[in-house]
Design a binder for this molecule. Structure first.
Ligand SMILES: C[S@@+](CC[C@H](N)C(=O)[O-])C[C@H]1O[C@@H](n2cnc3c(N)ncnc32)[C@H](O)[C@@H]1O
Length: 323
């Protein structure tokens, strides 16, 4: 079962509830400032007040939720039997990855979040108050490494759009600590930029050297076969609500979020399916698809005369795992 990339109704209602009493134009200008800080390479340090946190959540939570959900859907496809009971959400912010994991895994019972930002922590706790499953989350405020060192290990550890906010040296230390706290699966999601991909690849290499295996997106634990300027990333479409459109000054009711991710697991993966790395080009003669296969990169042509193969390749989408 694939989880929808759109925010669950309960979270949408909680966000709408928070938005009452806030001016949309104020939220839009705060969100523009926050987005500019991100584009200029800054982080979420500028989010200080309740209004800033809400503006951030309105502008970015739908997209980061969609990216985490797409990554979890890919993980579940490879490991359909994975039923984590506990979650650790590192750099949880407004709780985006926690909501996404709760939707994707009905088995989750314990939710532990941690983050340095008090305004985002307060918003996250405000958003879960009416949620039967999430109202008892624990949310530690503190610097990631210090808070993680004190955390219990969890079946699923997630860091969503977080590692880009810390230095390379800190990323290395945090990666090792997150892996230490991972009983089964560690999911790291980043923006789908060359820099986001580079961070994912560095963490992937480091943790494979420590015994991790890749569940998704890669069908192998070897070196990434892509050569710069190419980079591995995916795209998830999500619907924009009216409030979301107003805050972003957007004109179309949807958005495509580009993201990069890796899901690392403790036990080797039995099923090694190829990953579709771009939207395949379909012509009347053939389908051209770029695949990452267990044996490396492949530019596959599926001719129309091979009816069964062509029919199945027509359904391939960027990001799919295919035989
Ligand atoms: C871009 S936000 C992402 C929030 C959330 N994970 C999401 O996907 O929407 C990055 C988060 O990482 C947190 N963060 C950055 N550096 C941190 C650190 N050293 N320790 C704890 N949290 C940190 C920020 O406070 C912020 O909440």
């Amino acid at each position: 079962m694939m989880t929808s990339p759109d925010l669950p109704a309960e979270l949408k209602a909680a966000l709408d509830g928070k938005l009452r009493g806030f001016s949309r134009s104020d939220a839009a200008s705060r969100s523009a400032t926050i987005s500019k800080t991100y584009r200029d390479g800054g982080g979420s340090g500028g989010i200080r007040s309740e209004a800033d946190a809400l503006a951030y959540a309105l502008a970015r939570m739908p997209a980061t939720y969609a990216a985490v959900t797409a990554s979890l859907n890919a993980l579940i496809e490879i490991r359909p039997d994975f039923a984590p009971k506990s979650l650790l959400d590192v750099g949880a912010g407004p709780g985006t990855a926690t909501w996404a994991a709760a939707e994707a895994f009905p088995s989750l019972q314990d939710f532990a979040l941690l983050d340095a930002n008090e305004a985002l922590r307060a918003l996250a706790l405000g958003l879960v108050t009416d949620s039967f499953r999430l109202r008892d989350v624990s949310y530690e405020r503190g610097e990631a490494r210090t808070a993680l060192a004190k955390s219990d290990a969890a079946d699923l550890v997630v860091a969503s759009y977080m590692i880009g906010e810390i230095s390379d040296a800190e990323q290395r230390a945090l990666a090792e600590l997150m892996w230490e706290k991972t009983r089964d699966t560690l999911l790291v999601v980043e923006p789908g930029t060359p820099a986001g991909y580079a961070r994912i690849i560095a963490l992937r290499e480091r943790l494979i050297a420590m015994g991790a295996h890749v569940a998704a997106p890669c069908p192998h634990d070897g070196k990434c076969p892509l050569q710069p300027p190419d980079w591995c990333h995916f795209s998830q479409r999500l619907q924009r609500s009216r409030a979301h459109m107003q805050v972003k000054g957007a004109e179309v009711p949807f958005e495509d979020e580009r993201f990069a991710y890796v899901a690392l697991v403790r036990a080797p993966v039995a099923q090694r399916l190829s990953r579709v790395l771009d939207q395949p080009a379909i012509s009347k003669v053939e389908i051209n698809a770029k695949l990452c296969t267990p044996a490396g990169l492949a530019f596959t042509k599926v001719p129309r005369r091979d009816k069964a193969a062509y029919a199945s390749a027509r359904r391939w989408r960027w990001g799919d795992a295919v035989v």
